[in-house]
Design a protein around this ligand. Structure first.
Ligand code: 9D3
Length: 246
């Protein structure tokens, strides 16, 4: 069954965009998933195809009209989750991405201007999602991000080698450093342990490096990792206080 994405936008030409190439693009060609970009303006009813209006109560900017948005949503509402991409939404998580990917697909509503009329959020039970604490010019790049994250999890999209790496992020650590040939480059050598052929030592070094990088960069992930440590250690973690025998 094809995983279906419908994107409601004032800029349908932004799709598939980067999702038409690479991994997602090949999966699109193979009909693992489908993408329809639907022009919200097609649901405007007046001569000028108006989709926005001035905010009640005053203030800067414009607000997208609930009647137009409701008609746009109604035209593709078939039980898939309907997501409104907005900077005030709950942060997107890998857990939610996994749930979306496991379902029939998504309907994504991209806002422009200051936002959309609150009543359509309530009436349609929209799920509000943000992709992070920075300001975009509209919801479209966020929709592309959400779809990229979902599509790579669909059955048959990624090879077995890459899909195993899902586990390492799920363990709650950032990635360890990677190296390839040449063994020396611009006077910089690859860490000896990686050339040693000792698989156990390599695994221990990688785990220690992943822990160091996580601790330095992401205290939030590090705290969660520490509180999950009984679970994580079952698969052979490195304990700093027990160095290898000389
Ligand atoms: C003045 C208040 N602004 C909120 C920070 C208004 C505003 C800014 C940018 C309203 C909409 C936008 C456009 N952004 C999105 O539509 C958006 C977004 C984002 O800007 N950051 C992170 N995730 C998302 S999801 C949609």
């Amino acid at each position: 069954m094809t995983w279906r994405a419908s994107v409601l936008t004032l800029f349908p030409a932004m799709f598939p965009g980067p999702l038409g190439t690479s991994l997602a693009g090949r999966a699109l060609e193979r009909a693992v998933w489908s993408l329809e970009a639907r022009d919200i303006r097609a649901h405007a009813t007046d001569r000028h195809r108006t989709v926005d209006d001035t905010p009640f109560g005053g203030g800067a900017g414009m607000v997208m009209r609930p009647d137009v948005l409701d008609a746009a949503i109604a035209a593709c509402d078939d039980g898939r989750p309907v997501v409104y991409l907005t900077p005030r939404g709950r942060p997107l998580t890998q857990e939610r991405v996994r749930e979306f990917a496991a379902g029939p697909g998504v309907v994504l509503l991209c806002g422009r201007y200051e936002g959309i009329d609150e009543r359509v959020i309530e009436a349609r039970g929209l799920e509000e999602i943000s992709i992070g604490d920075f300001v975009l010019s509209g919801g479209e790049p966020a929709a592309l991000v959400l779809l990229d994250a979902c599509v790579r999890l669909l059955p048959g999209v990624m090879g077995a080698a890459e899909s195993a790496d899902e586990e390492s992020f799920a363990a709650g650590l950032l990635e360890y450093p990677h190296y390839t040939r040449p063994a020396e480059w611009h006077g910089k050598a690859v860490p000896d342990v990686l050339l040693s052929g000792h698989h156990g030592a390599v695994a221990a070094w990688r785990r220690a490096e992943a822990e160091r990088i996580t601790r330095e960069r992401r205290p939030d992930l590090w705290a969660r990792y520490l509180s999950d440590k009984p679970r994580n250690n079952r698969s052979g973690g490195v304990v700093a206080s027990t160095p290898a025998a000389p």
